[in-house]
Design a binder for this molecule. Structure first.
Ligand code: F6P
Length: 341
């Protein structure tokens, strides 16, 4: 079997672990041939690819990023790629394509599959917002980075009696903010799923200082918003990929808290630090299992499907199911988090 693999969308720790696992299982386990397309779907459209053998993936398990490169593709070019799906498979002689990506990539993969290209998807995103799988790799690493940042910020915040507003990634789903906020002992957590009340945050922080505590940490997801009309809030613009370029809720919230509390409030934007660097052991294992199962599914001819973690098992689910809706933080998880403040 000749397998094509690509990584598309925002990168994520664990991508290399999937690539390595696909190559090991395919080449050593099935005597397959694997080619890797460069820079996501762009490589597929432009015919840029290289052969991936065991030597090519040696030493990449713990490496962040993706050795294949990644890109976001404008919708027009993506549609073009989907229309050409069947022809491209013939042109490159691939029997199956394994795209590794988030919601956008999986949507494109489903379209490619519908266009007649045999596809087995692997989900990835640090946001953990793909509904058909319990977890995506990259999330554990991102939560670890954000948690460590909060641990560190607490000591300097206490020395200077400051409020720290830590902005983490999470556009539509606040999983990183929820779990790093819990693990890092944040005193307030603001998620995209529930508009936050600035007044409640102010009261909570004033009450802490009144009890003799000398600092506070608020963890805010980049997609969080204040309740309508409660504080100044600027919406972002939509970029060419259809994503909102956020105007910076961390900065807005810190400025508002500083003004209302009369205390120093510092914004700390963690940004892409959460996506870079080596994956945690958990993410390496999940990524490796996804790669192994993707190759097995390809050999069983289970196309139009994607690997998914259900409990502790890896199962195959239809790509259509994977992209039907985003997995947002449910109210019950928010209530659990609130009870620890
Ligand atoms: O979807 C993953 C993600 O890391 C989001 O959390 C974040 O908003 C976005 O990608 C950032 O994308 P870019 O790297 O294109 O700025």
């Amino acid at each position: 079997m000749r397998i094509g693999v690509l990584t598309a969308g925002g990168d994520c720790p664990g991508l290399n672990a999937v690539i390595r696992s696909v190559v090991h299982r395919a080449v050593a386990g099935h005597n397959d041939e694997v080619i890797g397309f460069e820079d996501g779907f762009r490589g597929l459209l432009d015919g840029q690819y290289r052969k991936l053998d065991l030597e090519a993936v040696s030493g990449i398990l713990a490496r962040g990023g993706t050795i294949l490169g990644s890109s976001r593709l404008e919708r027009g070019r993506l549609l073009e790629a989907c229309e050409q799906g069947r022809d491209m498979a013939r042109q490159f002689g691939i029997d199956v394509l394994i795209p590794i990506g988030g919601e956008g990539t999986l949507t494109a993969s489903r379209m490619l599959s519908d266009a007649g290209l045999p596809v087995v998807g692997v989900p990835k995103t640090i946001d953990n917002d793909i509904s058909a799988t319990d977890r995506t790799f990259g999330f554990d690493t991102a939560v670890g980075v954000a948690t460590e940042a909060m641990d560190r910020l607490k000591t300097t915040a206490e020395s200077h009696q400051r409020v720290m507003v830590v902005e983490v990634m999470g556009r539509h789903a606040g999983w990183i903010a929820l779990e790093s906020g819990m693990a890092g002992g944040a005193h307030g957590i603001c998620l995209p799923e529930r508009p936050f009340q600035i007044e409640a945050l102010v009261e909570m922080i004033e009450e802490r200082f009144a009890r003799g505590k000398k600092f506070a940490v608020v963890c805010v997801a980049e997609g969080a918003r204040p309740a309508e009309g409660t504080m100044p809030y600027k919406k972002g613009v939509i970029d060419q990929y259809g994503h909102e370029r956020f105007a910076g809720i961390g900065n807005m919230l810190a400025a508002e808290l500083e003004q209302r509390l009369g205390k120093e409030a510092k914004p700390v934007i963690l940004g892409h630090v959460q996506r870079g660097g080596t994956p945690t052991a958990y993410d390496r294992v999940l990524a490796t299992r996804f790669g192994w199962h993707a190759v097995e599914a390809a050999h069983r001819g289970e196309f139009g499907m994607m690997t998914a973690l259900h409990g502790t098992d890896i199962e195959m689910v239809p790509l259509a199911e994977a992209v039907s809706e985003l997995k947002r933080v449910p109210a019950s998880r928010m209530d659990e988090a609130e009870s620890v403040f």
